[in-house]
Design a binder for this molecule. Structure first.
Ligand code: SAH
Ligand code: SF4
Ligand code: F3S
Length: 440
């Protein structure tokens, strides 16, 4: 038997890309490729890319530049670009980097076996179609290997919201939900392989409306059905849109014990004028009232958000409205970005905010959210939380895991292994993580 060919995958962007990279590695596995961690050993290098901001997209070209030497040394090396840059830029990638052999968009991954064969026959292959069939049904069945205790599972993909700044509706296509039976069997399979926590993924995961045995199911119904899987201990979901936060999903946060008290609910801005220009479809006040309802159902829920500063025509007053909203919500975690004009989106046509001004606003906003994060993390000291351990911790003899609130927790824990869930008393709050000791 000839030695297996080697595949090196580098993943950028969101969790959905992490999930897709696993699926693509399986498809390559079916074509005789084994994974490697070093690009120097690889017969195929695959970049799974992100197009969300200019910096993310440019990273891909500088990474490709680095592989020039490898390709010169090993002419048999094949280079592929997948993900959202592949979808958005297609042929332009091969024009800018002629050494690229394969360009494949997120909705064409199930065609990889054919594309890989063509590339290995010395052809260039490009597929950025949006075919009507469900790609996950056609991707190779999973190998039955054991895996870590936490896993992602894509349940919904694409977006029909068309926020004025965002490329996702163009790169991932229209909103589509996977059928319930397939998701439950994939979840059971993951649990059979050692998984105890599943994060359900979607660009608008709470818009999930997959075909069930008796009509379309909501995300809340899917979560409740997953919660009945023995051995699955924790369920999370991300990313949600405020307008799809239905009553049954809010209720699930109150009464479904396996649904973790953490919610990523981006609002982007606290100014109604900017929200309108962003085409977000709701006001700041509607968001705040929604947060109140969620907290009424689950008072200890930890909220997380995304913010864009320097959106075209954002004034200091608009920015202050965002700061006020943040002060009111109190986020346990938040991600913030300077607005990046993306080709083809409506906002890209509008006047940019002065660069230095935008940078200054971002700094002020990040200082506020860092303070909030630290405060909320600090308030965990003295409390008992439940930690699912995943890997060795910072210090020898320590294990690290995540609390139900998604805080990283380090514990000196002899005899504890990945996947174990224990009560932990938090004793110290550091810069980015908590330290605790086993409780009781
Ligand atoms: N589906 C998610 C967001 C996906 S993109 C949602 O609806 O919230 C992740 C985050 O990237 C967004 O929440 C937004 O804060 C940021 N983002 C998206 N486009 C951007 C752009 N053009 N410039 C800066 N940040 C952007
Ligand atoms: Fe992008 Fe808006 Fe869709 Fe989120 S809801 S993916 S920000 S268009
Ligand atoms: Fe990036 Fe595409 Fe995800 S643009 S954030 S990889 S959906």
């Amino acid at each position: 038997m000839t030695a297996a060919k080697k595949l090196f995958v580098k993943t950028y962007g969101c969790q959905m890309n992490v999930y897709d990279s696993e699926r693509m590695a399986e498809a390559f596995g079916g074509q005789g490729y084994a994974a490697t961690d070093t690009p120097e050993d690889a017969d195929m290098i695959l970049l799974n890319t992100c197009h969300i901001r200019e910096k993310a997209a440019e990273k891909v070209y500088s990474e490709l530049g680095r592989y020039k030497r490898l390709k010169a040394e090993n002419p048999g090396l094949r280079i592929g670009v997948a993900g959202c840059v592949a979808q958005a830029e297609g042929e332009e990638i091969m024009r800018r980097q002629p050494m690229v052999d394969l360009v494949v968009g997120p909705q064409a991954y199930h065609r990889l076996p054919d594309l890989i064969a063509r590339v290995n026959a010395g052809e260039k292959a490009l597929d950025t179609d949006f075919p009507p069939e469900d790609k996950f049904e056609h991707l190779k069945a999973r190998p039955k290997a054991r895996r870590g205790p936490a896993a992602f599972l894509t349940v919904q993909e694409g977006c029909d919201k068309f926020c004025a700044f965002c490329v996702v509706p163009y790169t991932r296509g229209a909103e589509a939900s996977r059928p319930v039976d397939r998701l439950l069997s994939e979840a059971r399979d993951l649990v059979g392989r050692g998984v105890r926590e599943i994060t359900l993924l979607g660009q608008n995961v709470n818009a999930y409306h997959g075909a069930g045995p008796d009509g379309d199911w909501s995300l809340a119904r899917l979560i409740r059905a997953m919660a009945r899987i023995d051995g699955l201990e924790r369920i999370r979901f991300t990313t949600s849109h405020p307008n799809d936060m239905s009553d049954d999903l809010i209720a699930a946060h109150g009464d479904c014990a396996k649904l973790m008290p953490y919610l990523h609910l981006p609002v982007q801005s606290g100014s109604d004028r900017i929200l309108k220009r962003m085409n977000r479809g709701h006001t700041a006040d509607a968001y705040l009232r929604l947060i109140e309802r969620i907290r009424a159902a689950r008072p200890d829920i930890l909220l997380s958000g995304d913010f864009i500063v320097g959106f075209p025509e954002e004034t200091e007053e608009d920015f202050q409205a965002t700061m006020d909203l943040i002060a009111e919500v109190r986020y346990g975690q938040a991600f913030s970005f300077r607005y990046s004009a993306r080709p083809g989106t409506p906002a890209a046509e509008r006047a940019m905010v002065d660069e230095a001004e935008a940078a200054d606003r971002l700094q002020r906003l990040q200082a506020l959210i860092t303070r909030q994060q630290r405060d909320i993390q600090g308030q965990m000291v003295g409390r008992d939380v439940s930690v699912m351990f995943e890997k060795p911790g910072r210090l020898p003899g320590q294990m690290a895991g995540k609390s139900e609130y998604l805080h990283a927790v380090h514990v000196a824990a002899a005899g504890i292994g990945p996947g174990d869930i224990r009560r932990v008393r938090i004793v110290e709050s550091g810069a980015n993580s908590l330290t605790g000791r086993l409780a009781g």
